[in-house]
Design a protein around this ligand. Structure first.
Ligand SMILES: O=C(O)CCC(=O)C(=O)O
Ligand SMILES: [Fe+2]
Length: 408
């Protein structure tokens, strides 16, 4: 994507910004590689839950652990380390900081935030520094969503995949984000504290120990959904509004998929029961004869396919025997499921089908590719799972999550 002339100028100016003591902040262009951004996007799109504000979705590390996807923490580790090193170097506080929170956060149409500092609540006073890494790009992936500082330079940031902004969380860096008008704006957000009692690593290591220590590596990579309300997106989250949709289902739906649950799944079922049932993928009138352990498993594989693209996967031949035409009874069941998982027609499409999902829809539409992705996804998660099992003893020993270099 090409930036307009004005945008290009702002980017050049921002990268030359010097540290202003009244407004301690840094902008670092292209700090993350596009591959890193894409991997984190895959994790978010296949794991996100409702966020802390309306029209916001989040994926926290503790959520990944709780949903049997601890291994998906591995890609975050080198990135967290590099961000922390850079922050400490820039603000001259080496070995003084702890990561207080790490999360993938996406904003969809309607989300915005007015002028604020990131420590502006009594329960946020432990936040000393903020780091926002942009994982996708203004006007390519979403509309609106520009970031502004109230005073000082740079005044505005045009989110671009790979760029990072770091600032003190106090009132020297009052900022806002314009309303998102289309698409989904994705960031990796970290907060840092000088207070060791807020160290996220210690909490995560304790959770990981509970989840992984007694677990066989072979069963530890299949995702398990959290409670269904965490995936229920409604018009007005505060009022416990029932009109809305299941996020996992909607993320498949905007890519052109439906799901079929072969086990007895009449409309009397609760959404929470449906989430743990084996599912099959449907497209149009076609059903793929491949069972996924639950909807999260199907979602991870489809988004893995979107991430890798069909070119990088070894295609499975002889697909014909794996794709069958839907029967009328199956079609009826699918529409019953759809009305349970989405009870407001165009709402999910409005929230999720941004500018890039059309593009993704094209890329992620080939049964041979999906079947290839089933196997490639399994290789990927097994590799990560092995790494986390090897690293955890070191993390426990040092009470810190870091990239322990282990020989193969
Ligand atoms: O995503 C951004 O650019 C900043 C978000 C923000 O200000 C916040 O979450 O406090
Ligand atoms: Fe903020």
């Amino acid at each position: 994507m090409t930036h307009s002339w004005v945008e290009f100028n702002i980017i050049i100016i921002m990268s030359e910004v010097e540290f202003e003591p009244q407004h301690p902040r840094f902008f670092i262009p292209s700090f993350l590689s596009l591959q890193e951004c894409k991997e984190l996007e895959f994790i978010h799109k296949s794991s996100s839950t409702v966020g802390y504000r309306p029209n916001v979705f989040s994926t926290t590390l503790s959520h990944l652990i709780a949903t049997n996807s601890s291994h998906l923490i591995i890609p975050f580790i080198p990135i967290r380390e590099r961000l922390k090193d850079k922050l400490e170097e820039f603000f001259k506080c080496e070995f003084e900081l702890f990561i207080e929170f790490t999360g993938l956060i996406s904003w969809s149409s309607g989300a915005s935030i007015g002028w604020h500092s990131d420590d502006n609540r009594p329960y946020l006073k432990q936040r000393h520094f903020s780091v926002v890494s942009y994982l996708n790009t203004y006007e390519k992936d979403f509309g609106g969503g520009l970031f502004h500082f109230q005073d000082g330079e740079p005044t505005s940031i045009i989110p671009t995949a790979g760029d990072v902004v770091m600032y003190t969380a106090d009132e020297r860096n009052i900022h806002s984000v314009d309303e998102i008008t289309k698409g989904e704006r994705l960031t990796l957000a970290l907060w840092f504290s000088r207070d060791g009692s807020c160290d996220e690593d210690k909490k995560l290591i304790s959770l990981l120990s509970q989840h992984l220590l007694h677990q066989n590596m072979a069963d530890s990579y299949l995702p398990l959904p959290a409670s269904s309300n965490m995936y229920w997106f409604s018009h007005d989250q505060a009022s416990d509004n029932q009109i809305g949709f299941n996020i996992c289902w909607a993320r498949l739906h905007v890519l052109g998929y439906d799901i079929y649950i072969s086990q007895d799944s009449s409309c009397e079922f609760e959404v929470s029961e449906l989430l743990v049932k084996p599912v099959r993928l449907v497209r149009g009138n076609e059903l793929l004869d491949q069972e996924f352990v639950n909807i999260l498993h199907a979602l991870q594989v489809v988004h893995f396919y979107c991430w890798k693209g069909s070119a990088s996967l070894t295609k499975v031949s002889n697909i014909d025997s794996k794709v069958v035409e839907l029967t009328d009874i199956q079609r009826e069941k699918i529409s019953g499921l759809n009305s349970l998982l989405l009870n407001d027609g165009a709402f999910a499409s409005r929230v999720f089908s941004g500018m890039s999902s059309k593009e993704n829809g094209r890329i992620c539409f080939e049964w041979t590719g999906i079947l290839a992705a089933v196997a490639a996804w399994e290789d990927y998660v097994l590799k990560l799972s092995k790494q986390i099992h090897l690293q955890l003893p070191y993390w426990r020993m040092h009470e810190s999550i870091y990239n322990e270099q282990l020989g193969e």
